[in-house]
Write a protein that binds this ligand. Sequence first.
Ligand SMILES: [Zn+2]
Length: 269
Amino acid sequence: MKIFGLLVFLLVACGVNTREHPANNRLIQPIVWHWEDEFSQVEKDKLILYLTEVTQASFNVLGKYPFQMQFYLHRSKSERESIPWAHTERSEVEAVHFYVNPSFDLSVFRADWTAPHEISHLSIPFLGKANAWFSEGYATYMQLQIMKEMGIYTSKEILERYKMKDNLVKGDFSSETNFVDEAKRLRETYNYPAMYWGSVRFFKTVDRLLQTQEHHSLTQHIKAYQNQNRLKDETLDDVLHSLDAGLKAPIFQKIYQKCCTSPFDEAFD
Ligand SMILES: [Zn+2]
C-alpha cells in the first residue's frame, strides 16, 4: 500500500474536505459508514483504516466501482475470528454488513479473507441464487487477488492456494452430472467449500484463456467491465455477453456452455 495513496483515499472516504477537480462534479465518497452498534472512536478508526485499505486494494485490482458502497458495522463477540460473519445487501443499495470483533489486532483483520471476498462481490451485479456458483467462484477467486495486492500473499502463494483448495474439493464433484447442476447440488447440501472452490476453476480458466488470446488478465478485463457495463447488466447472460464483447472470440459464454453440459473434470479442459 502506498502511504500517500492511502492517505488521500482515507481523506475522501472519511468525508474530510478535499479539493474538487475542476472538471468533475462533487467528489463522491466511495464508502458510507453505518455504525449499527456502539463502537469507541479507537475501534472505529481501526475498522475504517482496515476496510479502507481493502477497498483501495479492490479498486486497484478490479477498477473503481461506479457507485457508493454502504458499509454496515455490527459488533460480534466472537473470540475465534475478527470477522466471523459478513454478507452483501443488493436490493436498492450496494452494501456489505460486517460483523466484527474490534478487539482483534489489525494484523488479524488483514490476514482474514472475508472483507476482500465481500467487497469483490460488488464489482459484478447480483445474479440470483440460481447462479450463486458464479458469484461465489468469482469472489473466492478475487479475494486472493486482492490479498496479493495488500501484500498478504505473493503470486506464487496464491497459485499454490488455488491448487491446494482445488485438490481438496475436486472429489466432491460427480463425473456423471454437468458442472452447473453439480454446483447447485453442492449448495443445496451445504457443501459450500466445494461449491465455492470448485467454481474458482471457471475463473482460473477464463483468466488463462484471456491471457493467451487477448494478452490481458481477468482483473484487467474486470476494470474495463466496471467502467463500461457494470451498471447496465442485470442477469448472468448480460454479464457473460458484456465480458465477451470485443474479444477476438467468445471465452465466457463458451466456457459457461461447457459448464452446462460437461462434468467438472471435463468442463475446463
Ligand atoms: Zn460470497
